[in-house]
Design a protein around this ligand. Structure first.
Ligand code: SF4
Ligand code: SF4
Length: 221
């Protein structure tokens, strides 16, 4: 859950039309009209990534949000069993705050995904996830989408998503032959520690119902 408090404004005089701000916006709030960047205040979540991107030109400034919005999916609006099941498939605890900046939980994101929100930028507007640093929350967001069968494909140079967030890469997806080839990284031991609960796979914690020696469906691994 995240409540907006600030948005941005673009100075038409200072803008040189480089598109760098558009390329980093996690909420698709910026677009180009000719060689002029324009902001959709109703979509801006106030992450200020565009302000950083535009630092050489200083065309973007921070202003108070005239219409603050609460970005969340309230628990009473979703089916808990379905949300729990999707979180389980993504190996996330439903209560885990997968976005450390906004406190957005895995359950909120799962509920939005189940409601049909399938683009990361729309998930930001639905739940507040990725509204700030965007470092820790991207992988769990992608993992929940993948667990629901949604594949997000982007050009290699899309700066809103980083490559390690585009796939379901995790300790349990590393193939056996890779673990065998690099024993010095102790990949099997690390996986055993995560699955037994000895190590917390923070910030995407181990789902407590997954028992050691079982796959996600409770069958012997
Ligand atoms: S980064 Fe700045 S100069 Fe470049 S398009 Fe955006 S507002 Fe204009
Ligand atoms: S990058 Fe962040 S601050 Fe800038 S328009 Fe997009 S959401 Fe708003």
């Amino acid at each position: 859950m995240f409540e907006t408090s600030a948005v941005v404004a673009v100075s038409g005089e200072a803008c040189v039309g480089c598109r760098q701000c558009v390329a980093v916006c996690p909420a698709d709030a910026l677009s180009m009209e000719g060689r002029q960047a324009v902001v959709d205040e109703s979509a801006c979540v106030g992450c200020f990534k565009c302000v950083e991107a535009c630092a050489p030109f200083g065309a973007i400034s921070v202003v108070r949000d005239p219409n603050p919005r609460v970005l969340t999916v309230p628990a009473e609006e979703y089916s808990q069993p379905e949300v729990d099941e999707l979180c389980r498939r993504a190996r996330l605890s439903p209560d885990a705050k997968v976005c450390v900046c906004t406190g957005t939980s895995a359950a909120e994101i799962a509920a939005a995904v189940l409601a049909g929100v399938e683009e990361p930028e729309q998930l930001t507007l639905a739940t507040g996830v990725r509204s700030k640093c965007g470092m820790w929350c991207l992988t769990p967001t992608m993992r929940l989408l993948a667990a629901h069968g949604v594949e997000v494909t982007r050009p290699y140079n899309d700066r809103r998503l980083y490559p390690d967030g585009c796939t379901d890469v995790a300790i349990w997806t590393i193939p056996d032959d890779v673990a065998d080839k690099y024993p010095e990284y102790r990949l099997r031991e690390n996986l055993a520690a995560v699955e037994s609960g000895l190590a917390l796979n923070s910030p995407t914690p181990w789902f407590p119902d997954v028992q050691p020696g079982q796959d996600l469906d409770g069958n012997p691994a």
